[in-house]
Design a protein around this ligand. Structure first.
Ligand code: IPM
Ligand code: MN
Length: 363
């Protein structure tokens, strides 16, 4: 088993360092190799996703990814910006299925921006399609308009598109995930989020998800427009079970869902292809404003390691051990700044990582 470690930029290096400590406590046989990615790779190699980094990721069973990006790169040509590294990894590895669970720990209901009764016990799963949609659709670019409201003016355009097989495979992923959750006591429901009332792309989406749903009679399917889904997420988030949606809607809704749980600093994610390879990263970004200050929450990255063990490395016991340790440090009252509240103990990034390691050694 080979794990590629790509810390990236900003808080990426700090949080990945803690996740690697956790990985090393497990007595498992695997090789790890690190490489630069994002702005850090641009500085040293002149490209955010150098050939060598891409090759390392493609040859690995799993990739542990930190975060990329910094405002100082905002003026670079788009292909050289740090964000292109994660987009390039998703595309080149074919990581089409993005799992973004939003789980509210009992210990953190007070940290949520919503009333405790709306989030206590919250456990939903957003499945975001990750290699299609307006993120990757061609053509895109800038040109002088020849029609529209202002012919002759400079304009920019992107293309939203999905093919039937792209929708079919993500729909299968969602129904299977709902089935698995149902077997573990879940509700067994998929909510497909679209904008079929306006967009042709999402009418096809809705039609295809409906057709695939017929193969899963044990799973309930409902459809929701994305604007309504955004509202329902902050009105009654517990009404959702599995949410499946496209790349852009999933990007936006998963950030909103993340905040319900107290902090986006708690949320792991997995991006999978059809070969069992996966990229595991926290749902949050590189947070350059707090980078290097030992204040970032490493738990999302540590929990991403648990997802890696479960999805790519077939080590569910080790995954459960990490999750139990995270639960235990929260019960001990340890909190990084993002989840701190009165009566709890404020700790830094490294202290939090070490606390998890310690909790793991206890069992
Ligand atoms: C995410 C991020 C990325 C995205 C950026 C960094 C390209 O926001 O993983 O959600 O938009 O997908
Ligand atoms: Mn995002």
């Amino acid at each position: 088993m080979k794990i590629a470690i790509l810390p990236g930029d900003g808080i990426g290096t700090e949080i990945v360092a803690e996740a690697v400590k956790v990985l090393n406590v497990l007595d498992l046989k695997f090789e790890t190799e690190s490489a630069l990615v994002g702005g850090a790779a641009f500085e040293s190699h002149g490209h955010p996703l150098p050939e060598s980094t891409l090759k390392l990721a493609m040859d690995a069973d799993a990739v542990l990814f930190g975060a990329v990006g910094d405002w100082k790169y905002d003026t670079l040509d788009r292909p050289l910006r740090p964000e292109q590294a994660i987009l390039g990894l998703r595309k080149n590895l074919g990581l089409f299925a993005n799992f973004r669970p939003a789980i509210c720990y009992d210990q953190l209901t007070q940290a949520s921006s919503l009333k405790p009764e709306l989030v206590s016990g919250l456990d939903i799963l957003i499945i975001r399609e990750l290699t299609g949609d307006i993120y990757f659709g061609q053509p895109r670019g800038r040109r002088i308009a020849t029609d529209g409201h202002f012919p002759g003016a400079e304009e920019a355009f992107d293309t939203m598109r999905y093919s039937r097989p792209e929708i079919e495979r993500i729909a299968h992923v969602a129904f299977q995930a709902a089935r698995k959750r149902k077997a573990a006591g879940g509700e067994g429901r998929v909510t497909s989020v679209d904008k079929a009332n306006v967009l042709e792309t999402f009418q096809l989406w809705k039609d295809v998800v409906t057709q695939i749903g017929l193969q899963y009679p044990d799973i309930a399917l409902d459809h929701m427009y994305v604007d309504n889904a955004a509202m329902q997420l902050v009105r009654a988030p517990k009404k959702f079970d599995v949410v499946v949606t496209g790349n852009m809607f999933g990007d936006i809704l998963s950030d909103a869902a993340a905040m319900l749980t107290g902090s986006i600093g708690m949320l792991p994610s997995a991006s999978l292809n059809d070969k069992g390879q996966g990229l595991y990263e926290p749902s949050h970004g590189s947070a350059p404003d707090i980078a290097g200050k030992d204040v970032a929450n490493p738990l999302a990255t540590i929990l991403s390691v648990a997802m890696m063990l479960r999805f790519s490395l077939n080590q569910p016991e080790a995954a459960a051990r990490i999750e139990k340790a995270v639960d235990s440090v929260l019960t001990q009252g340890l909190r990084t700044a993002d989840i701190f509240s009165e009566g709890t103990s404020l700790v830094g990034t490294a202290q939090m990582g070490e606390a998890v390691v310690k909790a793991m050694s206890r069992d």
